[in-house]
Design a protein around this ligand. Structure first.
Ligand SMILES: CCCCCCCCCCCCCCCCCCCCCCCCC/C=C/C(=O)SCCNC(=O)CCNC(=O)[C@H](O)C(C)(C)COP(=O)(O)OP(=O)(O)OC[C@H]1O[C@@H](n2cnc3c(N)ncnc32)[C@H](O)[C@@H]1OP(=O)(O)O
Ligand SMILES: Cc1cc2nc3c(=O)[nH]c(=O)nc-3n(C[C@H](O)[C@H](O)[C@H](O)COP(=O)(O)OP(=O)(O)OC[C@H]3O[C@@H](n4cnc5c(N)ncnc54)[C@H](O)[C@@H]3O)c2cc1C
Length: 674
């Protein structure tokens, strides 16, 4: 039996869930969006971009050939780009359309089940022009890029090197005679590989290459390089470019390869904000910090924390709504089959996904604000806060992408067999988010960057020197006693900090021991990297827990009582969950007892039951329109079985009653005539 709700036929179980939700859903939407104003602005943008139906496909992307999929993605990117130029820019309150607006980015997801071939243009090409050009260069390139007269990408990774940027092999050798750089790919491994949009879409790209002038190598620098004719789009002489082939996801992003055969570009096409080559070939370093050319990567790492929070919110919306309508098994013979959401194990799978989406969303806003502060200081010539920010953005990128990918997969498990359907929406979310763990700095590699900073901070704490804010807890690492366990939110956060401090101390002690035993500093570091990664992970979990808790307390200060309660339950769930995931570490580094942990497990289970009645309300509060979810299982009305059947019937396989394969292969084989 179905019910109608706002002229929509809604599954009765979902209608019942909504009726029993005891908090104001809109208030939580405002918290997630960062305020009522943002919610209103987001809704306006979504209405303009989505109400016309331009985002919809007649045939699902999944039934198209790779070429059709790509062309369809370009078609819709052009529609969306035009909307951005004409209507959305004004609505998003930005002088230049769209760049860095998460709402514009999110709304684009209604157009693409995978991603837009323009993603790298706005995500990295434009930000690199903004961050790495001199003002004169910017005034030339930025208007053309923002107006999409040129489309670009970011080509740094090569076949042979992605992580180790200093090992890139593409060369840019300055020729003072002609005042040009000669770009060259000396080996197969030096071919650029992976850049999104490079395969077929872009006509320009940022190329990162080893700069040679006056016979000396000055390391990697960014250049802006035209690769295709602006009119015909034909690759220019000296350029070898193409698409790299099918991938787990990102199949509408035409990731490409690129090689140069002594290809010449004007001297002015070196991006010269941080370093310059003068006409006569003299190299001049401008920046105060050697790693400012890595700035676009830092920007994207910050953006990705928000990106994965959003995708996790989508997966949890799908899985929670589906779990409310799905009934399975009969634990009590006299009763109807329960909704699977009533199983505590199901709640254990799903509520942490909701809580993590909140934790990462709030951390992403906080990280963005910290980034803005660091940029403002750097404008004034002060780069002192950059090392701490690099350590912070590295670990938050690593942990947020990894946790989100894991929890999205857990949401798929929670949906049983139907979660494996492409039409559920979860496989595409997983394929997209699992790549974020690798690109823009691999998980392990980035955590080791944070570990470098932690070890240095630990040594400063040991020497009683001042510490920067995110590692100030290390000052307590030398008290000589284990941290006192207490199961209040603040107590658990202090325990997480004690774990991070304890793990860092173990690393430092082991490295010193290994060096005393004769290992070099590099080898002692290498031998300790498993533990260094664990220390950086623990540090990051302490930062997320602390930030999530503080932000929720701040943001709910004026909320209605029930919103305060449910937000507090979610934060506490997050803390209990991670304490229970790390019981071994807590036993090592805090005074927690076996009984404390047994009690904590019971408190956690009771919390799941308290959250249960509000679960659908919590995912409704993410306020994700059906167009953004692309899901048969997660749409607002809960008409799951009807939608699964409708989608199945769209399959081209169902077009004819008997497949050609019958007469070609099956029949001959079955009649013994093959
Ligand atoms: C209008 C059109 C509309 C179209 C419609 C559709 C639109 C759809 C899109 C709409 C968009 C809307 C706009 C929104 C825009 C937002 C976009 C959001 C999504 C973005 C997604 C983009 C997709 C991206 C795809 C992937 C791209 C890539 O992967 S690019 C390549 C990235 N590569 C890497 O990350 C490489 C990783 N490696 C490294 O970073 C480094 O090599 C290393 C850090 C690991 C080591 O470096 P190195 O060897 O040089 O250094 P050392 O280890 O020796 O360290 C020395 C010291 O330096 C310190 N250090 C290192 N790095 C940094 C740093 N970055 N900053 C500061 N300091 C640094 C290091 O800590 C050492 O310090 P100490 O010596 O210890 O003090
Ligand atoms: C979908 C997608 C889109 C991409 N888009 C772009 C793009 O637009 N532009 C671009 O330039 N690049 C792009 N990339 C490339 C991406 O940035 C790299 O793949 C990424 O930085 C990882 O580098 P790698 O592939 O060299 O991995 P590797 O460094 O070879 O990593 C392989 C393994 O070795 C380990 N490892 C490597 N170094 C160390 C170390 N020092 N210590 C311990 N372990 C180590 C890693 O942890 C990993 O497990 C994209 C990649 C993907 C998957």
């Amino acid at each position: 039996m179905t019910q109608t709700n706002n002229n929509m036929t809604v599954n009765p179980d979902l209608a019942m869930e909504r009726a029993k939700c005891n908090f104001n859903v809109l208030e939580v939407t405002h918290i997630f969006d960062g305020g009522e104003r943002n919610t209103l602005q987001r809704k306006k943008i979504e209405d303009v971009a989505l109400n016309s139906g331009a985002s919809k496909d007649a045939l699902g992307e999944e039934h198209m050939s790779p070429k059709e999929k790509y062309e369809n993605a370009v078609r819709k990117s052009c529609i969306y780009a035009t909307m951005m130029k004409n209507e959305l820019a004004e609505l998003s309150g930005l002088e230049s359309f769209g760049v860095s607006s998460p709402v514009i980015r999110r709304t684009a997801d209604a157009f693409f089940k995978e991603v837009s071939p323009f993603l790298l243009h706005l995500g990295m090409f434009v930000p690199t022009i903004m961050g790495q050009c001199t003002p004169e260069q910017q005034s030339y390139w930025l208007p053309r890029a923002l107006d999409m007269q040129i489309i670009g990408t970011y080509a740094q990774t090569e076949l042979g090197h992605g992580t180790f940027i200093r090992g890139l092999e593409t060369t840019a050798t300055y020729d003072p005679e002609t005042e040009e750089f000669v770009l060259h790919s000396p080996t197969l491994s030096s071919y650029k590989w992976w850049a999104g949009g490079l395969g077929k879409t872009v006509n320009y790209c940022i190329v990162v290459a080893q700069l040679y002038t006056k016979g000396e190598c000055h390391g990697t620098h960014p250049f802006i390089v035209q690769i295709r004719d602006e009119d015909t789009h034909v690759p220019l002489p000296g350029i070898k470019v193409g698409e790299i082939g099918p991938k787990m996801g990102f199949n509408t992003a035409d990731n490409g390869f690129l090689g140069f055969d002594h290809y010449r570009i004007p001297r002015e096409h070196m991006l010269m904000k941080n370093a310059q080559v003068l006409k006569d070939g003299t190299y001049v370093k401008v920046a105060r910090h050697g790693k400012l050319t890595y700035g676009t990567m830092v920007f994207v790492r910050v953006v990705l924390v928000n990106e994965v929070a959003f995708n996790l919110a989508k997966a949890s919306t799908i899985a929670v709504r589906y779990s409310a309508i799905r009934r399975q098994s009969k634990p009590k013979p006299d009763e109807v089959e329960p909704q699977i959401l009533d199983y505590v194990t199901q709640q254990h799978k799903l509520f942490i996904a909701i809580a993590t989406a909140h934790a990462l969303q709030l951390c992403s806003t906080w990280l963005w604000e910290s980034f803005s502060a660091v940029l403002a200081q750097m404008k004034g010539g002060n780069t002192d806060t950059l090392p701490e920010f690099h350590a912070l953005s590295s670990c938050l990128k690593a942990i947020s992408t990894s946790d989100s990918a894991h929890l999205i997969e857990q949401c798929r498990h929670a949906c049983g067999g139907h979660g494996y359907m492409i039409s559920s929406g979860i496989p595409n979310l997983y394929n997209f988010v699992s790549a974020t763990r690798t690109y823009e700095g691999d998980y392990t590699v980035l955590l080791l960057q944070t570990a470098r900073f932690l070890v240095k901070a630990y040594e400063q704490a040991e020497a009683k020197k001042p510490l920067t804010p995110t590692v100030s807890y290390l000052a307590h690492a030398f008290s000589g006693s284990r941290a006192t366990w207490d199961n209040s939110p603040d107590g658990i956060i202090r325990s997480f900090q004690a774990l991070a401090a304890g793990k860092t101390a173990v690393c430092v002690t082991n490295m010193r021991k290994r060096m005393r035993a004769g290992l070099s500093q590099v080898d002692a570091w290498e031998m300790s990297t498993i533990q260094l990664v664990a220390a950086a992970e623990a540090h990051c979990r302490a930062v997320i827990a602390d930030t999530y808790r503080k932000e929720i307390v701040r943001l709910t200060a004026n909320s209605s009582p029930n919103v305060k309660v449910v937000m507090d339950q979610l934060t506490t769930l997050y803390l209990y969950y991670w304490a229970l995931e790390r019981t071994g570490d807590l036993l090592m580094f805090t005074s927690v007892s076996q009984k404390d942990l047994v009690d904590l497990q019971i408190a956690y289970e009771e919390l799941l039951l308290k959250i249960r009645p509000n679960a659908v309300g919590l995912v409704d509060a993410f306020d994700l329109r059906d167009e953004l979810l692309h899901s048969t299982l997660g749409s607002y009305d809960g008409r799951v079985y009807e939608r699964l059947m409708e989608e199945a019937l769209k399959s081209p396989m169902n077009k004819e009653p008997v497949s050609d394969a019958y007469s070609k292969y099956l029949r001959p084989m079955m009649k013994g005539k093959l």
